[in-house]
Design a protein around this ligand. Structure first.
Ligand code: 5AD
Ligand code: SF4
Length: 463
């Protein structure tokens, strides 16, 4: 099914509103402050909103106190993220008392859940603007209404559209996010994402290539292609491996990364593309979620641990120096001690270079939240601690193979916590610390690994 694109007329209307706001601003430029929770997708949405604000004449504020417009871009993947938002929106009440002209807004995944958004609107009457994930392209009009004294609550039910041509203000640094697709159709039983981000929809290849060429021209060394499940990218029959090859060929691009990949859709074609494309980083984020086949089935993940191990072998055999990272959930409903042991066993064998680990958090509206035998919080916490201990051991043990290794790192910054050390990543995302001068930041150097730290490496510059 072809996705819906926001039509030219609507995008033009957004630009018209941007221009009206810009023309109406009096005095010095107003300041904006955006606080983003959650994943890269949200970070990138915030870059789009920042882009629109800057075209309207706003400039970034150093902190909330100096801001004339504050936006919280929210996440709802786990309960913790939601509680944090309620807390932090509560804090700005005082700022609003001191500065009645301050405009406050809340958007993103958590607001896409209508009841939560209504609860927030009621509890914090000083929030002027609330919108979900389907309204980014009408943000200028909504802000305009608020500037004229209105209060806006706009949470539209929709499978989602694609809006091209909106302004974008990328965060500085080395890496630029480029969306290739939006939404998710997988409905893993624990996950709220398909409900708040709509159905899978892919951008056109040409739009993606044009954007990557632009960011390379702007000087970004690295591009991160973003999608909830990049392996289901499909633009009129062009699938992800083909797209990856096309992006890889763009002149001037040094590092190409992507996330996230669902194990059920990881194809031999993608593995070949990774092996053959010289700019594609030898790294893959491949969330396994659990090591128990029984739990994987209940999670609706549609692969087994055996299949997952087959994928790891396939990747390691084909892609030189590849490192694999993952996500793991503990305490999914009905998880027994044996199921959890299966996860620990998988971790001991899988040789991950890093893992993001989570205690299962029931999300209203998902299938898992309704399952019997929810696991007690104390048990989840205890399992999470045990998992993290096993992971640390496995990740640290894995580092030994790097002693004497020679590779190139892209220097990202200076760590001044102890003796000042430059840090940067190998193509496979292993972090290496080296001695050197701060003027080397942004450059690429060849290093030899001489030691290890918990999940990173120590080395010396050799050229
Ligand atoms: N509880 C805990 N972790 C979750 N994740 C997604 N939904 C939940 C949930 N309800 C984790 C998964 C996913 C990552 C982005 O967040 O591991 O891969
Ligand atoms: Fe959530 Fe599963 Fe979709 Fe990932 S693939 S966003 S875990 S439903």
């Amino acid at each position: 099914m072809q996705p819906n694109f926001v039509d030219e007329k609507a995008i033009n209307e957004a630009y018209a509103a941007i221009n009206r706001v810009r023309a109406s601003l009096k005095g010095g430029a107003p300041h904006y402050y955006i606080e983003t929770y959650g994943c890269q997708m949200n970070e990138h949405d915030s870059e789009k909103i920042a882009g629109m604000l800057e075209q309207m004449g706003y400039i970034p504020a150093e902190n909330k106190v100096d801001a004339d417009f504050i936006l919280f871009n929210t996440c709802c993947i786990r309960e913790h993220a939601e509680l944090k938002t309620f807390g932090n929106v509560g804090f700005i009440k005082e700022l609003k008392v001191n500065n009645p002209a301050l405009i406050t807004a809340v958007c993103g995944c958590m607001m896409q859940q209508r009841q939560t958004a209504q609860r927030l609107a009621k509890r914090f009457p000083y929030v002027d603007l609330i919108f979900g994930t389907n309204e980014l392209h009408i943000f200028p009009q909504m802000l305009e209404t608020v500037i004229h004294g209105g209060r806006v609550f706009e949470v539209k039910d929709s499978d989602g559209e694609i809006a091209e041509r909106l302004p974008l203000k990328r965060k500085g640094g080395f890496s630029a996010f480029v969306n290739i697709m939006y939404g998710c159709n997988n409905f893993c039983s624990y996950c709220i994402v398909p409900y708040v981000r709509g159905r899978e929809r892919s951008r056109h290849v040409e739009d993606i290539l044009e954007e990557v060429r632009k960011v390379v021209d702007e000087g970004f060394a690295e591009v991160m292609l973003l999608g909830q499940n990049v392996n289901s990218y499909n633009d009129n029959g062009v699938r992800f491996p083909e797209l990856l090859r096309a992006v890889n060929d763009i002149t001037g691009l040094r590092r190409l990364r992507f996330m996230t990949s669902h194990p059920k859709d990881l194809s031999p074609e993608l593995v070949s593309a990774m092996a053959e494309c010289e700019n594609v980083c030898p790294h893959i984020h491949l969330p396994v979620q659990s090591g128990s086949n029984r739990i994987l089935e209940l999670m609706n993940r549609r692969y087994t641990r055996e299949h997952y191990f087959t994928l790891l072998d396939m990747l390691r055999n084909a892609v030189r120096d590849i490192e694999i990272t993952t996500d793991i959930i503990v305490g999914f409903p009905t998880e027994t001690e044996q199921d959890f042991e299966d996860t620990l066993d998988l971790v001991r064998r899988a040789r991950f270079s890093a893992a993001y680990t989570f205690a299962y958090s029931p999300r209203e509206g998902t299938r898992a939240a309704k399952m019997d035998c929810q696991i007690e919080e104390a048990v989840k916490k205890e399992r999470l601690a045990r998992l993290n201990a096993v992971l640390l051991e496995s990740v640290t043990g894995n580092n030994d193979k790097y002693l004497g290794y020679v590779g190139d790192i892209l220097i990202e910054g200076l760590d001044t916590r102890g003796e000042p050390m430059l840090f940067g990543k190998l193509g496979n995302l292993k972090m290496v610390y080296v001695k050197g001068s701060p003027d080397m930041i942004g450059g690429s150097v060849r290093v030899k690994v001489t030691g290890t730290r918990f999940n990173s490496l120590v080395g010396e510059i050799i050229g």
